[in-house]
Ligand binder design. Structure first.
Ligand SMILES: Cc1ncc(CNC=O)c(N)n1
Length: 231
């Protein structure tokens, strides 16, 4: 017979789900934010949407650099039993496409990307990403933050695509970008990488990864607030 697992061991098998249960309200605050709910029910203010579009373009450019840093950490630190590098490279390829998409979308909505000045919440978030790019931050912590950043958008925009929602037709493509099944599978792959890493992580690393998750959720809420013009 196998020895019985302790509660800590059981919790560590799927650390992410353990954390999402523990921090449920904060997670829901980031993934069902009033800005997203306004897209979902069709009451979204178009000037808010344009603000989001311009600010997110700036964010995504910083995010690409962050993903590059995660890829470097994967190469240095991962045993790569889960094909981490391929998953990350797939994410980078999608971001290449995404940058182009932002440019097309901006011109469709008459948003001049060269004129966008990053707002405080955006600058704070980009600075946070930069702090994670430091070589002091290890792969497990960085990939936990990476998963959380992607998962918030996936959950949020998938919500706008559910049956019976009133998402405006000209925002459907935006919601599809992060709400589609392929992006959902990609987030799932990232989650599996994170859970695999956390199972083997030291208590100190686990603590730092949990803090990184909470930091991401807070930055995401502030980012949505900024888009609505509330910050
Ligand atoms: C503020 C924010 N968070 C997450 C994402 C999704 N990742 C890449 O696109 C995003 N675009 N913007």
């Amino acid at each position: 017979m196998q020895p019985q697992k302790t509660r800590e061991e059981v919790e560590k098998i799927n650390m992410i789900d353990t954390w999402l249960k523990k921090h449920r309200l904060i997670y829901v605050g980031a993934t069902r934010h009033p800005f997203i709910l306004s897209i979902r029910d069709g009451t979204v203010n178009l000037s808010s949407f344009k603000t989001w579009l311009g600010q997110d373009y700036i964010f995504v450019r910083a995010f690409v650099s962050f993903v590059a840093s995660v890829l470097i950490k994967a190469w240095k630190e991962s045993d790569d039993s889960g094909g981490d590098m391929e998953v990350l490279l797939g994410g980078m390829a999608a971001l290449n496409d995404e940058i182009q998409w932002f440019k097309n979308e901006a011109s469709k909505w008459g948003v001049q990307l060269s004129d966008i000045v990053p707002q405080k919440a955006n600058k704070d978030y980009c600075r946070f990403l930069e702090s994670l790019m430091s070589s002091e931050v290890n792969y497990t912590v960085a990939i936990t933050a990476f998963w959380a950043i992607e998962a918030v958008y996936q959950q949020s925009f998938a919500l706008c695509l559910e049956d019976g929602t009133n998402t405006p037709s000209d925002l459907q493509a935006t919601c599809q970008r992060w709400g589609n099944d392929g992006f959902g599978k990609y987030c799932h792959s990232l989650k599996q990488i994170v859970n695999r890493r956390l199972k083997k992580a030291s208590d100190d690393e686990i603590k730092k990864a949990e803090v990184a998750l909470l930091d991401v959720l807070e930055h995401e809420v502030n980012f949505w607030n900024m888009s609505r013009g509330a910050a």
